[in-house]
Design a binder for this molecule. Structure first.
Ligand SMILES: [Zn+2]
Length: 375
């Protein structure tokens, strides 16, 4: 391990949590960043400039014009160019000592294992569930720490998985056994638009967590999900628990490779209800007495203001999810949690059910399904 240049990293070296030993640790580390979109473009410059020894950028897409507002490593001249190559070309002058590698191919079952195995820390900056699950499972199998983020509208979520530790804690599949059906983006349609700055905030937070993991400087705990709502603005975290029957981490005696194979066999078809407890969700038509239920709106404040509930729900007892803590809503009556598409509400329902709230259900398909004409 060679000494880092003192002048360049002077502000790091002054910090007790970094110092010469920590900076040398960064210099000896290689990060794999999967996805060079909005999240990746924000995380990558910090990883390169902060003194990591190597950064591998994996992305199979080419730069398109609508990418430019939020994917700030690219400019007009890069349209049509492979993102991984364009990103590496832009990053190289930031720190010539950093070994940069472009992998201009999508992460898939063939390359995931080798890419993850060659990294000391992995950044999930993908924009689709298939890659997210593949990367998560590969990190689990290879014992690599994973820093994962997702964005949607004004909101983002961040989680750290310490698969490099023996007692890692709950994995992503404990919360979401399978990827949601038909979901190209992070839980719902990727075509709904996003403010350029939102993935920038979350990507920078990912870089921060990568440094904290490498420096052992208080990264997020595993099973802790950090939520960011930039419309409010608000920052808070929730926790989820390990599932004893988790298809990935719930089988301690099996070899990790065997577990990975078992998950692969069970993955398709993508179905949000696969693995769900039967009564975790309810349809609007399945409710006997909607007015007797407590309705919890799990959307952000910005969404609630911009998109009032439809007429069928108006007049019902609706409360914001923010009124209830980790213990969930009171159990004196049934509770139905809803959001736009029924994905975030299902996550919140599972969170509360893990805390003992069996009276809580998620509205299947969310407000979008409720508004859809009945056939
Ligand atoms: Zn698990």
């Amino acid at each position: 391990m060679t000494s880092p240049p003192a002048d360049r990293f002077a502000r790091h070296l002054q910090l007790p949590e970094v110092g010469p030993a920590g900076q040398a640790r960064l210099g000896a580390a290689t990060a794999l960043v999967v996805g060079a979109g909005g999240l990746g473009c924000a995380a990558l410059p910090y990883l390169v400039s902060a003194g990591l020894g190597g950064v591998v950028v994996c992305d199979g897409d080419v730069v398109e014009l609508p990418n430019l507002p939020r994917q700030v490593l690219y400019g007009d001249d890069d349209v049509g160019r492979a993102k991984a190559e364009a990103a590496v070309a832009r990053l190289a002058p930031l720190n010539r000592a950093c070994r940069l590698t472009a992998v201009s191919a999508p992460l898939d079952a063939h390359n995931a294992r080798a890419l993850v195995a060659a990294a000391d820390v992995v950044v999930d900056a993908t924009d689709n569930f298939a890659a997210r699950y593949l990367l998560h499972d590969a990190c689990f199998a290879q014992g690599r720490p994973l820093v994962s983020a997702a964005v949607h509208h004004d909101e983002g979520q961040l989680a750290v998985f310490r698969f490099d530790r023996a007692a890692a804690g709950p994995c992503w599949r404990c919360l979401w056994p399978q990827a949601p059906v038909g979901a190209a983006g992070q839980g719902d349609c990727r075509d709904q638009g996003i403010l350029a700055s939102v993935p920038g905030v979350l990507g920078a937070m990912q870089a921060d967590q990568v440094l904290r993991v490498l420096l052992d400087a208080s990264p997020l705990a595993q099973g802790q999900l950090m939520h960011v709502d930039l419309a409010s603005p608000a920052l808070w975290s929730t926790r989820w628990k390990a599932a004893a029957d988790c298809v990935l981490c719930g089988v301690p005696k099996q070899a990790s490779a065997a577990r990975e194979g078992r998950v692969r066999e069970q993955r398709p078809p993508f179905d949000p209800r696969a693995g769900a407890v039967a009564d975790e969700e309810t349809g609007w038509d399945e409710l006997d007495a909607p007015a007797a239920c407590l309705w919890v709106d799990s959307r952000s404040d910005g969404e609630q203001a911009a998109d009032p509930v439809p007429a069928a729900l108006a007049g019902l007892p609706i409360r914001s999810w923010r009124l209830f803590g980790a213990d969930g809503p009171p159990s004196d009556r049934p509770c139905v949690v809803f959001c736009a598409h029924g994905i975030r509400s299902l996550a919140l329902t599972r969170h509360w059910r893990a805390a003992g709230c069996d009276h809580v259900q998620s509205l299947r398909g969310g407000l979008v399904a409720q508004r859809r004409p009945r056939t």
